[in-house]
Design a protein around this ligand. Structure first.
Ligand code: SF4
Length: 231
């Protein structure tokens, strides 16, 4: 049975709001529906949520589930990076679609910087990530895919995720099996773990599903099991 990625990596929405403006953005719809903030195009920082890091039990966290790292103010980023440094028991993931707007240099071992690629025209983001973010770990999420990304330069990439469009637009746009298989072959040639999101089950079939995690994330999940059995 395939895992839901949200059970393995939890959202911690320290910033809500985004200036990128993707037409398919589920976060913007949620904010409108629940009126979490006044204006989704004006990101807001919720530093009170940083205390979620204080739990000793290790966790994998996605910090940009309702934002894009490029829209974070530098002061917010510095405060979050300091908190990450104080909590080496957790792993932290960031995603952006505008790596060209970033200028980050960090030695944080438990911070993972990634870009979203939705097709061939977005491949520049992977180069821009390597150029504008000097960090310990890089990842790429191919989701949603509008066309076949083709040959991808995966040098120094530590993890890739492949998904498909969900929601109302999924009837018109979806990841073709060959695209997912091609990305997986390319990653495996470089010994890069690959994770197909659970939304790919209807496309790929349960038996074919590939759900690999970087060792650091697996270590967190293993520690959680021991932790649970100790309680
Ligand atoms: S980058 Fe992410 S949060 Fe921002 S508009 Fe696009 S989907 Fe929404």
């Amino acid at each position: 049975m395939s895992d839901c990625i949200k059970d393995l990596i939890q959202n911690m929405n320290l910033v809500i709001g985004c200036t990128v403006g993707c037409p398919y953005c589920y976060a913007r719809n949620n904010v409108r529906r629940f009126h979490t903030i006044d204006d989704f195009s004006q990101p807001e920082f919720f530093p009170g949520k940083l205390r979620l890091m204080d739990k000793e039990r290790p966790q994998n966290f996605l910090l940009t589930g309702m934002s894009d790292l490029s829209g974070w103010k530098e002061a917010w980023r510095e405060e979050v990076f300091e908190a990450i440094r104080r909590h080496p028991q957790h792993q932290f993931l960031f995603l952006t679609k505008r790596p060209d707007l970033l200028d980050i240099h960090t030695d944080l071992e438990n911070a993972w910087f990634g870009v979203t690629v939705t097709g061939k025209a977005d491949l520049w983001r992977i180069d821009a990530l390597r150029e504008h973010v000097r960090g310990a770990h890089y990842h790429v999420t191919f989701e949603p895919l509008f066309d076949n990304p083709g040959a991808v330069n995966l040098e120094n990439i530590d993890w890739i995720v492949v998904g498909t469009m969900t929601g109302a637009m999924s009837r018109k746009v979806h990841t073709e099996p060959e695209w997912a298989l091609s990305l997986t072959r390319q990653a495996h040639q470089h010994h890069i773990p690959v994770f197909w999101k659970e939304d790919l089950v209807p496309v790929m079939g349960e038996e074919q599903m590939v759900q690999e995690l970087p060792e650091a994330f697996n270590n967190v999940l293993e520690a959680q099991k021991t932790w649970n059995s100790r309680k």
